[in-house]
Write a protein of this length. Structure first.
Length: 274
């Protein structure tokens, strides 16, 4: 995505259309669009030809962008789990790992980055009925690998609003739910995690359209991305007008929900009820 955004900036600075850029590398206008969105891999020759077309002759600048192209083509660690993942999800895992800030509203269940192994196992078994135990365990292992982001040295800021429904809906037995609630209390104490609970008592709120994730990146060239998961696919929105609507929704959810301290009290209260 970073390389694609830089190529787009260079193309637009020269006033070159996507069609003309595509012609120069024997490709279609739609391929240039996919390249600039970071949706396809990059051939070194194509990047070299585009840089020449865009008037980039400085060897250091060319080398930097070509190096970025090589990095972009390296498969992430999560690709080894592609056999148990829907085809749209590896893209999300890559974006999640590159994000400097992750903002989430969740209503169905606890977000994957905060699930205990036992709770994750119950969620996977419910969502992938008929899957073998080996496949279930691989999906759970992938989820636990993703969670390492939150405790890494350069961990992203993770701000989540959990609907009370996600906390009251049981996955697994009482012991699983008690362990999950305690884990949320513990994780919410971490400096990079802000957890809030949207209580039933508030009534209607700005998350009425369902769960969503808003990803922000450290590179100034990259726009925020909204991730919306569906039953058989997912949407990745990065148009400013779309992102702005979700920015507004998550800010309102954060403003309307009890703060982190009060939300921990809500979690403790639910823990006592189980």
């Amino acid at each position: 995505m970073l390389l694609g955004s830089q190529l787009r900036r260079l193309r637009e600075a020269r006033g070159i259309t996507r069609e003309a850029a595509g012609y120069s590398i024997r490709a279609s206008e739609s391929k240039i669009s996919r390249m600039e969105l970071g949706r396809v891999s990059f051939k070194t020759r194509d990047v070299e030809d585009l840089l020449t077309l865009y008037g980039i002759t400085d060897e250091q600048e060319r080398a930097s962008l070509l190096s970025l192209a090589k990095e972009a083509n390296v498969a992430g660690w999560w690709h080894s789990y592609s056999d148990v993942l829907p085809n749209w999800f590896p893209t999300y895992v890559g974006l999640e790992g590159a994000a400097s800030a992750i903002r989430v509203y969740e209503v169905q269940f606890v977000h994957g980055l905060l699930q205990t192994p036992e709770y994750a196992r119950a969620v996977v078994r419910r969502g992938a009925r008929g899957a073998s135990e080996a496949d279930v365990e691989r999906r759970v292992t992938l989820r636990l690998e993703r969670q390492k982001y939150l405790v890494a040295e350069n961990a992203p800021q993770f701000h989540i609003v959990l609907d009370e429904a996600a906390l009251r809906r049981p996955y697994g037995d009482r012991a699983v739910m008690r362990g999950q609630l305690q884990h949320l209390i513990d994780m919410s104490e971490r400096p990079n995690i802000r957890l809030q609970v949207m209580p039933f008592g508030f009534g209607g709120h700005s998350g009425e359209s369902g769960a969503f994730t808003l990803l922000s990146f450290p590179e100034s060239d990259l726009s925020d991305v909204v991730y919306l998961e569906q039953l058989t696919s997912a949407l990745y929105l990065d148009k400013p007008e779309d992102v702005a609507q979700y920015e507004k929704a998550i800010k309102e959810l954060q403003q309307d929900s009890p703060g982190p301290d009060e939300s921990r009290d809500v979690l403790r209260g639910l823990l006592q009820l189980i």
